[in-house]
Write a protein that binds this ligand. Sequence first.
Ligand SMILES: Cc1cc2nc3c(=O)[nH]c(=O)nc-3n(C[C@H](O)[C@H](O)[C@H](O)COP(=O)(O)OP(=O)(O)OC[C@H]3O[C@@H](n4cnc5c(N)ncnc54)[C@H](O)[C@@H]3O)c2cc1C
Length: 284
Amino acid sequence: MLRITKVYRPDNIDEALNIFDDNPGIRPIAGGTDLIIQLSDSLESAMLLDVSRIEKLKKINITGGKLFIGAAATHSSIAKSRKVIESAPLIAESSGIMGGPAIRNRATIGGNVANASPVAESLPTLIAHAAEIVLVSANGLRKMPVEDFHLAPGKTALQSGELILGFEIPVVSEDFFGFYNRLGSRAAVTITKVGVALASIKSGDRLGNVRIALSAVAPRVIRAPETEKIMSGANLDDGLIEQAAKKLVSECTPITDFRSTSEYRSDMVGQLFRMGFGRETPQN
Ligand SMILES: Cc1cc2nc3c(=O)[nH]c(=O)nc-3n(C[C@H](O)[C@H](O)[C@H](O)COP(=O)(O)OP(=O)(O)OC[C@H]3O[C@@H](n4cnc5c(N)ncnc54)[C@H](O)[C@@H]3O)c2cc1C
């Protein structure tokens, strides 16, 4: 049963941090699309800190070669933002396909990352784009790579009294090459069974600065360092793509659950990777 004892609605960060200080254990809430369901299933009562009125948390802007996306920016606003589409295209793409229109209009990128699901839509694309998470507390700001923030299912490096302010992402260059391919049971309003995001710089037939992030194949969203190494600087032909697809599968440790078997997930990692390069099936 949902038992909410009080909801605070601060207009700015300072006010939010003061409320945090005065009310230990208070839970931040943005769109509520994860939290309200979790609280409904729990016997605990909760006090909530609604961050959705704080303008600074909804901002999307570019400064000094970095795109900033505020934690309370909704997936709809991110998917439609010209700045995000041009500067971090994979993030616009993942926000544009998560849930359905009603969810995207409420749900936020900060909530998605704080919820720390291994199938969270925004995590692989933020990690592929080398995003840093910006955290704010009474002690000031701290930043870390998004891949270090997500520790385990439902667990993050967020400390008590800390809020996610937003994400800083290097603006991509003109020779950016990347893709985000994910598989679900349906085309829309589906939970990801497997997701593969790749970001790189393309120069002729070679890729550089390759970053690959995978969702739903380990307890948290992971990088694929061995595959990144194989891809970086090598000639992008069928042989390389096949070698990399096999290495990528070997870097995953998917589980079998009610959505899929581990074998199917492993197979799909390779397929989604090949699809990113326009190859549909393994090349012999
Ligand atoms: C029908 C449906 C479909 C869905 N489809 C998808 C999908 O396709 N892909 C997907 O990834 N998810 C999906 N979700 C899950 C959910 O919508 C997303 O994870 C969403 O982005 C959560 O954002 P929110 O603003 O609603 O978070 P909330 O529910 O408000 O909060 C989630 C967590 O984040 C914390 N939090 C929120 N903001 C902050 C902040 N600024 N600082 C610190 N902590 C904060 C909260 O305390 C809570 O622990 C779906 C949910 C539903 C109900």
